[in-house]
Ligand binder design. Structure first.
Ligand code: PMP
Length: 455
């Protein structure tokens, strides 16, 4: 079916499905009131309005992969808080840790008795020898960038077009007509971010060599698979080239595993033997509690020791926040690393992701659509393109907000919550084989409706 016809059909579907959504949710509708709620836009975080629903789904309860909304509708969650709940809502060991942590003190600005165990677990699981904690992945990226600049004495940063690494100003840029400029929607930024950040297309080895040639880039910050602009896999050999060229240029390699931790135990880095200088993870690492971790090599750690010794006084390094490294975070990290983020959990996630990938591909072929399914472990993304996209320009060309919204709303009305701003399915260990099958059936039904084979 032609893209224009598909989009016209998607618009009609959105209207009909929005009506169904409204009819089932009088309480959720009534709860969305800026004046009465006291919240700007009527929600505690303005992104909550960016879903394709007429008003936000208000969640009364979330457990495992099931959400129950304020109107009592039950939904299977494959958004999982955009990865924050990748291991399911409220994994039992994390709930137990939360309970115990509450009794033992939540935050003291001192190491708790869990600290040494957690440090060892991070080294064992992710390979790098020295770690620190933050509260969010955005924080961890900011801290790691700061360290990269401090130890290299260089100001510039390189990112890939279409990236998202959190609320980190230096990375909120776009590549427009060959020029790096501040991202259009970024609020209150008064600096020209293109002065110190270079953005190049992913998988472009020539552009990478060019950008690194002046030996003035402190670090390259990259997701191993780009997950925030469709899902863009690395071309064969790209990571080898990236590592080789960064080493040659004296540039550090900072890998952001926040989403690609879906790959398997130890993230994409461990599974594919990458050799980053710095690594960042957040979101699901504490089972849903706000905590992030960032690790560094021994060489960076040694340099940082020297720099810190040369500084007079203490504090205000720009690294860390008051609640980072808290007893609460350490207790939840320990529970997650010891009992939740396990080989068994990943094996279950992969098995259901295999089923969903095969089922989605069959549904797409059955509907005669030229779409692909991109995947990194337990994370799958439907891309509206016949071939896997190679960079953000191709991903943007393939995307359609209208078709995406129609998919999301229709799937939600059939009881499945996809990730907004994506066509993303995240498979938690709490998802059953039956629920995976139900998801595939719902997807197939929605495609049939989209191509008008079914009403
Ligand atoms: N890194 C990546 C790759 C992300 O996708 C995100 C958020 N989507 C972040 C970092 C930032 O995470 P947070 O919003 O939890 O700080």
């Amino acid at each position: 079916m032609e893209r224009a016809n598909l989009e016209a059909r998607a618009r009609a579907l959105i209207e009909a499905e929005a009506e169904v959504f409204r009819a089932r949710r009088p309480r959720c509708a009534a709860a969305h009131d800026e004046e009465a709620s006291g919240f700007f836009d009527g929600v505690p975080q303005h992104w909550m309005l960016d879903w394709p629903t007429p008003f936000p789904l208000v969640v009364d309860q979330a457990s495992g992969v099931e959400l129950v909304d304020l109107d009592g509708n039950r939904i299977v969650d494959v958004c999982l808080g955009d990865t924050g709940a990748m291991f399911g809502h409220g994994p039992a060991p994390v709930l137990e840790a939360l309970k115990n942590a509450g009794m033992r003190g939540l935050t003291t600005m001192l190491p708790s008795s869990d600290a040494q165990v957690v440090g060892r677990l991070l080294v064992e699981c992710f390979g790098l020898p020295r770690w620190q904690l933050g509260a969010t992945a955005s924080d961890a990226n900011r801290f790691a960038i700061r360290v990269a600049r401090a130890v290299t004495g260089r100001a510039k940063l390189l990112v890939f077009d279409g990236c998202y690494h959190g609320a980190v100003d230096d990375t909120l840029v776009d590549l427009v007509d060959g020029k790096t400029i501040s991202r259009r929607n970024l609020l209150g930024q008064v600096r020209d971010l293109g002065e110190l950040t270079v953005s190049i297309p992913f998988n472009d080895e020539a552009a990478l060599a060019d950008a690194l040639a002046a030996n003035d880039i402190a670090c390259v910050l990259a997701e191993p698979v780009m997950t925030n602009c469709g899902m863009i896999p690395p071309a064969p050999g790209f990571h080898d080239t990236l590592r080789h060229l960064t080493r040659e240029a004296g540039t550090l390699l900072l890998i952001d595993e926040t989403h690609t931790i879906s790959t398997g135990l130890g993230g994409y880095t461990k599974v594919h033997s990458l050799e980053p200088d710095l690594i960042v993870m957040g979101k699901p690492i504490g089972g849903g509690v706000p905590v992030s971790v960032w690790g560094m090599t021994q060489a960076i750690s040694d340099k940082l020791h020297v720099i810190r010794r040369e500084q007079s006084g203490h504090g205000h390094s720009g690294i860390g926040t008051t609640l980072s490294g808290s007893a609460l975070q350490l207790a939840c990290l320990r529970a997650c690393l010891e009992h939740v983020m396990t080989e068994e959990a990943y094996a279950k996630m992969q098995a259901n992701a295999d089923r969903i990938e095969a089922g989605f591909k069959a549904a797409i072929a059955g509907a005669g659509l030229d779409w692909t399914v991109s995947r990194v472990g337990a994370r799958l993304e439907v891309v509206f393109s016949a071939l896997p996209v190679k960079n953000a320009a191709e991903a943007r060309a393939a995307a359609s907000d209208t078709i995406e919204a129609a998919l999301h709303l229709s799937m939600l009305n059939l009881g499945y919550l996809l990730t907004p701003f994506h066509n993303m399915v995240l498979v938690s260990p709490a998802l059953s084989e039956k629920q995976a099958g139900g998801l595939v059936n719902a997807f197939s039904t929605v495609l049939e409706r989209l191509i008008e084979r079914r009403a």
